[in-house]
Design a binder for this molecule. Structure first.
Ligand code: MF3
Ligand code: CO
Ligand code: CO
Length: 331
């Protein structure tokens, strides 16, 4: 029998209102928070300060006037365009092939710069220049007011992390999410990178998450419902004791960054829309080592796991074909 006092506080602590790690069922702030803080002080560390904290966000980077911009670039609000079909014309598909290839190239270039000591703001600078060199606009820039040219989501950040002054540290994992607006359409992809050597759980998390994306893509078949995708992803994640984030989904994409079409990464009985050749959408599972629940920082963007566990993500934009799926975001 284990007594409560014999149990160790985990490396990543719960939020004040989350259930205590000891299993008492009480809120953490009413249970072990005080004792953990005393222990931490004794050891000369403050374990309450573990985890990613907001850094300083640099001023917005500018895009040269000759680069064509999406409708929201100035106002921050996408125009209420008439409902466009989720099945794209051959012309839109041809443009999307080029935009998606460019997005994958920006991701490859930015990902190659990941190393201990580089700040996420420096990665933003590299990505920003790369989009412009390819003649594209960084789709996230001023999208609903988002201030930067990519999202950088470190460790327990699930998605929409804002590049800032924080330097990456050995052992971190970081997702880079790149979206380009080129030839009037968007291409969207992301990948999670290791910063130096990471712990075995993080290695496992990133491997399983990559497999979740592959299995989701393999589930794309014309004539089948959208929820086949989440069924495949959720099965694989839960088999490995991991969880699927529910608050953020894949999405239709093309002339709009996010169309109304939603792609849940868990099994959603109501997601019964039938996949048709010519549809383009993203699959972008976010998988957590712990529970699926999230919290948002008060910057209005950064989503973190509620339990502080690490989260990984991979994303491709795909085209539904007569046979299955074609991945568009390949370099
Ligand atoms: N690229 C993200 C996605 O996969 C969206 C980022 S929107 C932002 O859908 F505003 F947060 F940048
Ligand atoms: Co994305
Ligand atoms: Co996306």
């Amino acid at each position: 029998m284990t007594t409560q006092s014999a149990r160790q506080a985990p490396a990543v602590l719960p939020g004040p209102n989350d259930p205590c790690w000891c299993g008492s069922g009480s809120k953490y702030k009413k249970c072990h928070r005080g004792a953990d803080a005393v222990e931490a002080r004794k050891k000369g560390s403050d374990i309450h300060r573990r985890g990613i904290r907001p850094g300083t966000i640099s001023p917005p980077r500018s895009v040269p006037a000759h680069i064509p911009r999406p409708d929201y670039a100035e106002t921050g609000r996408p125009a209420r365009s008439p409902e466009l079909s989720e099945v794209k014309s051959p012309d839109v598909i041809a443009r999307m092939r080029r935009a998606c290839r460019a997005a994958a190239q920006v991701l490859e270039l930015t990902g190659a710069a990941v190393r201990p000591g580089i700040t996420t703001d420096e990665l933003d600078g590299l990505a920003h220049e790369a989009y412009i060199k390819l003649g594209g606009y960084p789709s996230t820039l001023n999208y609903h007011g988002y201030p930067k040219s990519l999202c950088t989501s470190v460790n327990e950040v699930i998605c929409h992390g804002i590049p800032d002054s924080r330097a990456l540290e050995e052992g971190d994992i970081v997702n880079l999410d790149i979206t380009i607006f080129l030839e009037g359409v968007h291409g969207d992809c992301s990948a999670t990178y290791f910063v130096g050597k990471v712990d075995p759980d993080s290695e496992r998390l990133v491997k399983v998450t990559r497999e979740c994306l592959e299995l989701g893509i393999a589930a794309v078949k014309p004539g089948r419902p959208i929820n086949d995708i989440g069924l495949a992803i959720e099965g694989h994640a839960t088999k490995h004791g991991m969880s699927v984030v529910r608050a953020y989904c894949g999405h239709g994409i093309g002339e709009r960054f996010h169309s109304p079409l939603q792609i849940p990464h868990y099994f959603e009985p109501d997601a019964k829309m039938i996949m048709r050749p010519g549809m383009t959408f993203t699959i972008e599972p976010m998988i957590n080592l712990g529970h699926w629940q999230h919290r948002s920082w008060d910057d209005g963007w950064t989503a973190v796991t509620a339990d502080g566990s690490r989260s990984a993500q991979f994303e491709h934009t795909i085209l539904v074909t007569e046979q299955g799926a074609e991945i568009l975001t390949l370099p």
